[in-house]
Design a protein around this ligand. Structure first.
Ligand code: IPM
Ligand code: MG
Length: 355
């Protein structure tokens, strides 16, 4: 069997980190005798420039027939002024929707070698190991919206945070399953003191609790959660939350471990999975060869784990990254005063060396 992997380099540092990650992935696949066929497609600003739309139908056809999708990042100042549906981000949302990847897994794990890079004191940041499960295809990102003008001429706009019970249940089920495999704690985050969609969310979580007797459930309001993430990050195991809250909390959680440049993500539904570093396109860094490729490389480990079910190969990548860090390999974002700074290519070499 030959796996089909669709690769979407995207914009900014996307192509650079995807190129790096592909070298690692292809090496591991070859050495593990796993056959895979790669194809590259346009998404985001790159697609807008070439075709006039951010998620071309050619790309849609390729990703929906693939076994897994590897994405770099989309977006950049060049495309920031277009109307909503002609922005690179609309391509990303279209991609998520087309793949039906409703559960976005963002593991945030402190690397002991990088603890000094965390903005938190090391006694708070060390040992942090949180899995954020963010609902990805619903909520205010996809609810009905409108812009208009009142009779007075004043402009208005609204977006709707809509959830059907089924949308909540399926992502929460994934989170419960993840918690059961980990330390058995699930934190469900909502704004149930204000929002009806959150009250429904909480009721659904409560109704499912009995199916997972080994998992302890904690409910937190999103504002409190934002605070607890920096005061007691070690107390979290799995966090599950709706799309927008998850977007915000996962960026906050990402810096706990030192650099957002380290964090991979997996977006899962019932078909092909989507794998991307969470750092975005970093336009200011693009083209310099200095981006940290580790988040993209670690995203390939998740691809092997969740889509190809090749756990051994996934762990080979993860341990090679740990060893490279242990040997002192640092890109610009990770370097402290006195460290020598590696380029994207050199960091990739350091990982390849330890495979
Ligand atoms: C993310 C990003 C995206 C999101 C943007 C680029 C649309 O911030 O993956 O977290 O908001 O989902
Ligand atoms: Mg985000």
């Amino acid at each position: 069997m030959t796996y089909k992997i669709a690769v979407l380099p995207g914009d900014g540092i996307g192509p650079e980190v995807v190129h790096a990650a592909m070298q690692v992935l292809q090496r591991v696949l070859a050495e593990s005798r796993i056959a895979a066929q790669f194809s590259s497609h346009l998404l985001g600003g790159a697609a807008l420039d070439a075709t006039g739309v951010p998620f071309p139908s050619e790309t849609e056809a390729a990703v929906t027939s693939a076994d897994a999708v590897l994405l770099g990042a989309v977006g950049g100042p060049k495309w920031d002024t277009g109307p909503g549906h002609l922005r690179p981000e609309a391509g990303l949302l279209g991609l998520r929707k087309a793949l039906g990847v409703y559960a976005n897994l963002r593991p945030v794990k402190a690397f002991p070698q990088l603890i000094d890079a965390s903005p938190l004191r090391s006694e708070i940041a060390s040992g942090v190991d949180v899995m954020i499960v963010r609902e990805l295809t619903g909520g205010v990102y996809f609810g009905s919206r409108e812009r208009g003008e009142l009779a007075s001429g004043e402009r208005f706009a609204y977006d709707t945070m809509y959830y059907a019970e089924r949308e909540i249940r399926r992502v929460v089920a994934r989170a419960f399953a993840a918690a059961a495999m980990r330390r058995g704690k699930l934190t469900s985050v909502d704004k149930a003191n204000v929002l009806d969609s959150s009250r429904l969310w909480r009721e659904v979580v409560q109704s499912m609790q009995g199916e997972y007797p080994d998992v302890t459930v904690e409910h937190l309001l999103v504002d409190a959660c934002a605070m607890h993430l920096v005061t007691r990050p070690q107390s979290f195991d799995v966090i599950v939350t709706e799309n927008l809250f998850g977007d915000i909390l996962s960026d906050e959680a990402a810096v706990l471990t030192g650099s957002i440049g380290m964090l991979p993500s997996a977006s899962l539904g019932d078909g092909a999975g989507l794998y991307e570093p969470i750092h975005g396109s970093a336009p200011d860094l693009a083209g310099q060869g200095l981006a940290n490729p580790l988040a993209a490389i670690l995203s390939c480990a998740l691809l092997l784990r969740y889509s190809l079910r090749e756990e051994t190969a996934a762990q080979r990548i993860e341990s090679a990254v740990k060893q490279a860090l242990a040997q002192g390999a640092r890109t610009k974002d990770l370097a402290r005063a006195g460290d020598s700074v590696l380029t994207t290519e050199q960091m990739t070499e350091a990982v390849l060396l330890h495979l």
